[in-house]
Design a protein around this ligand. Structure first.
Ligand SMILES: NC(=O)c1ccc[n+]([C@@H]2O[C@H](COP(=O)([O-])OP(=O)(O)OC[C@H]3O[C@@H](n4cnc5c(N)ncnc54)[C@H](O)[C@@H]3O)[C@@H](O)[C@H]2O)c1
Ligand SMILES: O=C(O)C(=O)C[C@@H](O)[C@H](O)[C@H](O)COP(=O)(O)O
Ligand SMILES: [Zn+2]
Length: 367
C-alpha cells in the first residue's frame, strides 16, 4: 500500500493506493474519526453498485456505521442538477445530519456528483473518495466537485476536499476497455504537464497499462496522483499554477458539451484537446516535434487526436466561450513548451482556434 499526502497548509489528507482497501473501509473511517453516530451516504452507479457496494456497506456496518445508498445511472448525464436533487432526497430521507459523511464509490462522474452533494448538504459535510476508475486518479484528488449544465461542463460546483482518498486498485480489473483508455488520457496529461520521464515511462509501458498489469498500473496511478497532489497543494483554488491541469480541456470540454455528454468520454475529449493544444503551440512557432510526439503518445493508447468532421466549428467555438476558461474576454489555453512543461496563455485569438479546428478535422493538408 502506498500513501501520498495532499498538503493544503492548514489541512492535509491522505491518498491510500493499494489492493483490498474497500474491504477495510470501516477501519479507515474509524482511523479518521468519522463518527458512527451519523448515517453515511454511499453514492455509486448502476455498474459499480452490483460489484462493490456490498463490500463497502458490509465493512462500514461491521465498524458500527449506519449506511444509506444512492445508485445513479452510469455515465456523464448523471452529472446533472436533476440527479443531484435525487441524491439529496436520499440524503434527507436517510436522516443524514451535519456530522454525516458522503462516500463517492465510483469514477469521476460519481466523484464529482457525490462531492457536490457533500459540499452542499447542510452547507457541507465530510466527503470520502473511493475511486474505481483509472481516470479517477485525477478526479478523486483536489476537491473540484461539480455537475454539468446543458451548455457547459462542470458549470455548477464547488471546491470541497475529501477527508481521504481510498483507492482500491482491485476494482480496476472490471473496467471496460474504452474507459481504461479514457482514464489513461489523464495519466498521460500528468506526464505532459509536469514530468518528461513519466511521459516517457507511459509511452514505454503502454501495453502493460492497457493490459491492466497490476505493477505498472499501481506505479502509473501513484505517479499521476503524486503530480496532481503537488499541483493542488501549491494552488488549491486555481489562482495560478493549478490551471496547468486543464491541458486539453479548453477544446475538450467544448467537445463534451456539444456531443451532448455522450459522444465523447472525458479522456477522449481531453486527448483531442491535447492534440489541439500541441498544434496551437506549433502554429505559434514551437518545434513541430511537440505535436508529433504528443499525438504519437496518445495514439499509442488508442486515443483520438482528430476532430470528427460532422461537428460544427461555430458550435465548438460557442461552447468554448461558455466555459470557465473564457474570462475577462479572453480564452485561457494551456500550451506545451516541450514534453513535461507547459505554459498558460490568455491571448489566443478565435482565428487561431478556428485554424486548428480545421487542421484537426483533416481539412487542411498542412497538418
Ligand atoms: N474533479 C476533477 O478534478 C476531475 C478530474 C478529471 C475528470 N473529472 C470528471 O470525471 C468524469 C469522468 O470520470 P470517469 O471516466 O471515471 O467516468 P465514469 O465515472 O462515468 O466511469 C466510467 C464508466 O465506468 C463504469 N465503472 C466505474 N468503475 C468501474 C469498475 N471498477 N468496473 C466496471 N465499470 C466501472 C461506470 O459505471 C461508467 O460507465 C467526467 O465527468 C470528468 O469531468 C473530474
Ligand atoms: O483538478 C483540476 O484542476 C483539473 O483541471 C483536472 C481536470 O482533469 C478536470 O477535468 C477538471 O474537472 C476540470 O476543471 P474545470 O475547472 O475546467 O471544470
Ligand atoms: Zn479532466
Amino acid at each position: 500500500m502506498r500513501t501520498l499526502t495532499v498538503d493544503l497548509g492548514d489541512r492535509s489528507y491522505p491518498i491510500y493506493i493499494g489492493e483490498g482497501l474497500l474491504h477495510k473501509s470501516g477501519d479507515y473511517f474509524q482511523q479518521h474519526q468519522l463518527t458512527t453516530k451519523s448515517p453515511v451516504l454511499i453514492v455509486s452507479d448502476e455498474n459499480i453498485a452490483p460489484k462493490y457496494l456490498h463490500v463497502v456497506e458490509s465493512s462500514l456496518q461491521a465498524s458500527g456505521y449506519r449506511t444509506v445508498s444512492s445508485v445513479v445511472k452510469a455515465g456523464e448525464k448523471s452529472k446533472s442538477l436533476d440527479v443531484f436533487e435525487e441524491v439529496m432526497t436520499v440524503a434527507i430521507e436517510g436522516g443524514l445530519d451535519r456530522k454525516s459523511t458522503v462516500v463517492a464509490l465510483g469514477g469521476g462522474v460519481v466523484g464529482d456528483l457525490a462531492g457536490f452533494v457533500a459540499a452542499s448538504f447542510m452547507r457541507g459535510v465530510h466527503f470520502v473518495q473511493m475511486p474505481t476508475t483509472i481516470l479517477a486518479h485525477d478526479s478523486s484528488v483536489g476537491g473540484k466537485v461539480a455537475v454539468n449544465h446543458r451548455l457547459a461542463k462542470n458549470m455548477i460546483g464547488a471546491f470541497h476536499q475529501p477527508t481521504m482518498v481510498l483507492y482500491d486498485v482491485d476494482t480496476l480489473r472490471t473496467l471496460p476497455e474504452r474507459d481504461v483508455r479514457s482514464g489513461l488520457s489523464e495519466m498521460i496529461k500528468h506526464g505532459l504537464i509536469w514530468d518528461e520521464k513519466f511521459a516517457d515511462w507511459c509511452r514505454d509501458n503502454a501495453e502493460r497499462l492497457l493490459a491492466l498489469d497490476r505493477e505498472a498500473l499501481t506505479y502509473g496511478l501513484t505517479e499521476g496522483c503524486s503530480i496532481k497532489a503537488k499541483v493542488v497543494s501549491s494552488d488549491e483554488t486555481e489562482q495560478g499554477l493549478r490551471a496547468i491541469l486543464n491541458l486539453g480541456h479548453t477544446i475538450g470540454h467544448a467537445l463534451e458539451a456539444i456531443g451532448g455528454y455522450g459522444e465523447f468520454l472525458h479522456g477522449e475529449a481531453i486527448s483531442i484537446g491535447m492534440a489541439a493544444s500541441a498544434l496551437l503551440a506549433v502554429n505559434r512557432g514551437r518545434d513541430r516535434s511537440i505535436y508529433e510526439e504528443t499525438t504519437a503518445l496518445l495514439r499509442k493508447f488508442g486515443l483520438p487526436t482528430t476532430i470528427p468532421g460532422h461537428l460544427n466549428d461555430d458550435d465548438i467555438i460557442s461552447a468554448m466561450l461558455h466555459d470557465k476558461k473564457f474570462k475577462e474576454n479572453k480564452i485561457v489555453f494551456v500550451l506545451p513548451v516541450r514534453i513535461g512543461e507547459v505554459e498558460i496563455v490568455s491571448d489566443m485569438t478565435l482565428d487561431e482556434v478556428r485554424k486548428v479546428i480545421t487542421q484537426l478535422k483533416g481539412e487542411d493538408q498542412h497538418v
